[in-house]
Design a protein around this ligand. Structure first.
Ligand code: AMP
Length: 200
């Protein structure tokens, strides 16, 4: 058990649940690669690449970019050498097809923890309206919450079936929430997964 755990983390949570802040803290703590599909898409939009042009309208409307496109960019990103030390997936997977794609991409490895950052709808809605990003119109926010419930919330079961889901209360200061997440990540059974993977 001397092998340091390679952390392959997923963070689930609605927009405005505090994923961005928590991801920064986790990346600093564990030295994992931060893979945010939203950030990658926004960068593509800003650079006006073909991908960005394809994604922009969909994003502005609060809809989901196609699974095929998302799986393509994630597959490419997971090939970068920095992911060998572990990674944190943020905003992905968002649909069952994306989750299936992820499990296939990672095999024979597994996700070590999926953190479900839980904050109620009315609170995230207020936070998003307050932060005032250009794509945060009331209509787009409502649509994203609806899609979260329909497409992403069911993924909890897939991760629970694999024994890696942990629910974390997202209310509190960033430091408090971070401590809860760390406790959830470091509790068994992730060491079991690493021990199995490290076996000759
Ligand atoms: P985010 O910053 O993660 O909230 O993503 C912003 C927007 O990018 C979303 O509202 C979607 O339109 C799109 N997007 C980001 N990640 C995904 C994903 N995994 N699947 C589909 N669309 C995504």
């Amino acid at each position: 058990m001397s092998v340091a755990a390679v952390r392959r983390l997923v963070i689930l949570g609605k927009q405005g649940a505090g994923k961005g802040t928590q991801c920064e803290l986790l990346v600093e703590r564990y030295g994992v690669a931060h893979i945010s599909t939203g950030d990658m898409l926004r960068a593509a939009v800003a650079a006006d690449t073909p991908l960005g042009r394809q994604a922009k309208e969909v994003m502005d409307a609060g809809e989901l970019v196609s699974d095929e496109l998302i799986l393509g960019i994630v597959a490419e990103r997971l090939e970068a050498p920095d992911t060998a030390a572990g990674f944190l997936l943020d905003g992905f997977p968002r649909t069952e097809a994306q989750a299936d794609g992820l499990f296939a991409l990672l095999a024979p490895h597994a996700v070590s923890r999926a953190i479900d950052l839980d904050v109620a709808d009315d609170i995230v809605t207020r936070r998003m309206l307050d932060r005032g990003r250009a794509d945060d119109t009331p209509e787009a926010i409502a649509r994203r919450l609806e899609l979260y419930e329909a497409e992403t919330a069911p993924l909890r079961r897939l991760f629970a079936d694999r024994g890696v889901l942990v629910a974390v209360d997202g209310l509190g200061t960033p430091a408090e929430v971070h401590q809860r997440i760390v406790a959830a990540i470091e509790a068994a059974p992730s060491s079991t997964v690493s021990a199995i993977e490290a076996a000759p």
